[in-house]
Design a protein around this ligand. Sequence first.
Ligand SMILES: Nc1ncnc2c1ncn2[C@@H]1O[C@H](COP(=O)(O)OP(=O)(O)OP(=O)(O)O)[C@@H](O)[C@H]1O
Ligand SMILES: [Mg+2]
Length: 260
Amino acid sequence: MSALLSLRNVWVEYGDKIVLERVDLDIEAGSFVSIIGPSGAGKSSLLRIILGQEVPTSGTILLDDIPLTPECGPDRGVVFQRYSVFPHLSALGNVVFGLECEQAPFTARLFGAKRRGAIAQATEMLKAVGLGDSLNLYPAQMSGGMQQRLAIAQALIKRPRILLLDEPFGALDPGIRADMHALITQLWRDYSLTIIMVTHDIREAFALGTRVLTLDKRRRDPHAPHRFGATAVYDLPLTKKFKAEAEAEESITLDRVGNN
Ligand SMILES: Nc1ncnc2c1ncn2[C@@H]1O[C@H](COP(=O)(O)OP(=O)(O)OP(=O)(O)O)[C@@H](O)[C@H]1O
Ligand SMILES: [Mg+2]
């Protein structure tokens, strides 16, 4: 079986700065890939090119064996750490808007039965993320956790197959984060999603992922730090047993990742 998403010799450069080099990846449908790595390693850049927001400098990205078109297709949804939602729209308005853009790309407005259908779908999605009682709240009236639930609903309403998450829980309190972990795991199963999540939290990466990918530079030039890019230096599939051990441990070091 071929992979859902394949990156072949992908490079991302900004001017003379090489951010990602020689990235080769195959991501299977249904996997939950956690991506970790130092700040500036190019994790967000990688998500942007998978989303289709940016085109790699060279290399190919295949979705179902077909080269990615340079646009954000409905098969990929994204949630950022913050500011994914529109402040001037209610929760329901934010989610309906996603459907309006898709179904009426020129006017972004639906009317009559179509609008009623969109509202029903959006309401269902908001219930699925735990915001069934908050349909008419505006983002400013919501906690950080609720805003992220809304951002997830907004991303999922178009029924993407791949959900891209860029440090989605990084700004949340630990207790709220645990609730969000339960939610995202549930949605991943219920909607048969493939998830690619960037996180700075190694425990989170191991707890949620079926695979943990570390992006970093293999080589460095101390006199010209921009000359070499980062790539996947560790790529660890996680078995259930390994996950249980990792969760029980106080700290997980990258050494441990490399040795397994
Ligand atoms: N549009 C751009 N133009 C120029 N340089 C850029 C651009 N976007 C990103 N970069 C540079 O590419 C490098 C990687 O950035 P990126 O945001 O992908 O890193 P990251 O791994 O997500 O970091 P963080 O963990 O801090 O979010 C950085 O050095 C950044 O300055
Ligand atoms: Mg980033």
